[in-house]
Design a protein around this ligand. Structure first.
Ligand code: GDP
Length: 195
């Protein structure tokens, strides 16, 4: 898809009613600092529409980015902040789950994992949640430029094994620095949204 216009249309807090957008949605999940804002900005050709380097404790929201008045990229709250109290984490877990459960037009969930690291317990929990809500997560292995090319296959396999990916699951390495992987992700999103 050629990006013509993008805007942050809808911001949902913990008590907000989730919208029925009537347009295809693609959601992005991942632990804080994994590179989620950088990916979303990269996909939209924007430098800083989605906030990067979000700080612990900042207001968490679900953000709906309108792309070309055709579809929404849905930025789910990052998880895994050590400093956030358990009660707060549980509320956000419920919010994410509520979104996965209620969206009428969600086409796919992308789960971001840092290509340098094995999936954490929270990553595995999120993967299972997504699966339990009826979606087969597409994995984006972020920060590809931080690895030597010779290490990529090994690390991709470690992520596959760590999450116990179901057969046929896709995993796409991406770099926000070089934009490697961007075209593949857009080709997939075009297919999923019937563009
Ligand atoms: P978020 O908390 O998941 O939204 O993560 P951000 O997008 O804010 O990224 C966290 C940090 O990782 C920032 O300092 C980014 O510049 C850096 N980062 C994100 N993606 C990449 C990438 O593909 N390559 C490199 N080298 N750094 C990245």
């Amino acid at each position: 898809m050629v990006i013509k216009n993008v805007s942050l249309d809808i911001v949902c807090g913990i008590t907000s009613k989730l919208p029925d957008t009537g347009r295809s949605e693609i959601a992005f999940a991942g632990k804080s600092n994994v590179g989620k804002s950088s990916l979303i900005n990269g996909l939209m050709n924007r430098k800083a529409l989605a906030r990067t380097s979000s700080q612990p404790g900042k207001t968490q929201t679900i953000n709906f980015y309108n792309v070309n008045d055709f579809m929404y990229l849905v930025d789910l709250p990052g998880y895994g902040y050590a400093k956030v109290p358990e009660t707060e984490k549980a509320k956000w877990g419920k919010m994410i789950e509520r979104y996965l459960h209620t969206s009428q037009t969600l086409k796919a969930v992308f789960l971001l994992i840092d290509i340098r690291h094995e999936p954490s317990a929270n990553d595995k929990l999120m993967y299972d949640w997504i699966v339990n809500n009826g979606y087969n997560p597409i994995i984006i292995a972020t920060k590809l430029d931080k690895l030597k090319r010779s290490q990529v296959q090994k690390n991709v396999k470690a992520i596959k094994d760590g999450l116990k990916l179901r057969p046929g699951s896709r995993i796409i390495p991406f770099s926000a620095e070089t934009k490697q992987g961007r075209d593949e992700i857009w080709a997939l999103m075009d297919e999923l949204t019937g563009f």
